[in-house]
Design a protein. Structure first.
Length: 361
């Protein structure tokens, strides 16, 4: 009987997921003779036993396709899973034992989990129960400590840069301040790299609570002595000093709070203090969709191949990682120990300071 392995994609979607699925299926099938089973909608599929076979024919044409053919879910934590109670209301339950039973019933000898810190943290807990897990790092925020790059990040930066380049022309034409809100919940990698790459006058990130008076002072000085327009890049998790995150939905037991409104809040603060014409553009899920960049296609492919090799060698509890141009593997515990964040004295902040970019501190 042919050996069977599974693969699932968890958390938010991003460009490059399908490239990783393609690499896993091709390498597992051609090199090792494995059968690959796709688990639909992250751990939800493992709980509800919703799967799909992944023969070679299923992954043709996937390399440049955005999203994930397996689907994903932000509410699929087996240890805090939303179910309908006896009274018809939604309650939270631990369904991890059911997931383990289904994993064994499917005859899987390993599970490749593609996701960020939350998904990999779940994988670590499932491994402690007996699931043979290998991880592939995915998050457009690029906030996993174990790897220099994660799938989706470079594409998201490219999309943000292209959008900000377009905002420059309309800002200059109308003498406006245009705020571009990009993704970045607790880490400002997209904002910093996109802002520096597109020549933004100010970049505000979650790691540094900004002083609105410093931002306004910079804008006034620039508009008085240099030119009459400005571009500000703000991460969705950025916030003024002494205030909390801007949110659209509060957190509950099954999901994180939905951040949003950081750009609009910044615009209001600037309008309260100046007479500038301020507009806000929120890129939102535009950064998650569409065709992956060449870098993300290659990174996803290399991660997929490495993950299959790890499973075949019985090296469970490891995550593929990119370091110094090489793909290596590290323990899931190391990958999820802490978030990788922009440092106040790091190279990006120093570069921004050298270019007189306002960072709000």
């Amino acid at each position: 009987m042919r050996r069977r392995i599974g693969i699932l994609t968890g958390g938010g979607d991003c460009p490059g997921l399908n490239a990783a699925i393609r690499a896993v299926v091709k390498h597992a099938t051609i090199t090792y003779g494995f059968d690959v089973v796709g688990i639909c909608d992250a751990f939800k599929g493992l709980y509800e036993c919703e799967t799909m076979p992944l023969p070679l024919s299923a992954v043709r044409g996937l390399l440049d396709r955005g999203g994930t053919i397996l689907g994903s879910s932000n509410r699929a934590n087996p240890f805090a899973y939303p179910v309908v109670g006896v009274d018809g209301t939604e309650v939270v339950a631990d369904v991890s034992e059911r997931c383990l039973e289904n994993y064994r019933d499917l005859g899987l000898e390993g599970l490749i989990v593609v996701g960020g810190d939350g998904t990999q943290g779940i994988a670590l807990r499932m491994m402690a129960m007996g699931v043979e897990v290998v991880g592939i790092p995915k998050t457009i925020d690029n906030d996993l400590e174990a790897t220099e790059y994660t799938i989706g990040y470079q594409t998201a930066v490219n999309i943000a840069v292209n959008a900000i380049d377009r905002l420059h022309s309309t800002a200059e034409s109308h003498d406006r301040i245009i705020i571009c809100e990009v993704m970045g919940r607790y880490a400002g990698w997209i904002a910093m790299n996109a802002g520096l790459s597109s020549g933004a006058e100010a970049i505000l990130i979650p790691e540094i609570d900004y002083d609105i008076d410093k931002v306004v002072s910079t804008l006034r000085r620039r508009h008085k002595s240099e030119c009459s327009f400005s571009i500000i890049v703000v991460a969705e998790g950025a916030k003024p000093r002494g205030e909390d995150f801007s949110t659209k939905r509060e957190a509950d037991a099954t999901q994180q709070a939905q951040l949003g409104g950081a750009g609009d809040h910044l615009a209001r603060l600037i309008r309260e203090r100046t007479s500038f014409d301020v507009r806000t553009t929120v890129l939102g899920h535009v950064q998650r969709g569409g065709t992956p960049s060449a870098f993300d296609r290659l990174l996803a492919t290399r991660f997929g191949v490495a993950a299959v090799d790890l499973l075949a060698a019985g090296k469970y509890g490891r995550v593929a990682a990119y370091r110094g141009g090489e793909v290596v593997d590290v323990a899931i515990e190391q990958a999820t120990a802490k978030l990788k964040q922009v440092q106040r004295d790091g190279p990006l902040v120093l570069a921004a300071r050298s270019l007189n970019v306002e960072l709000g501190f």
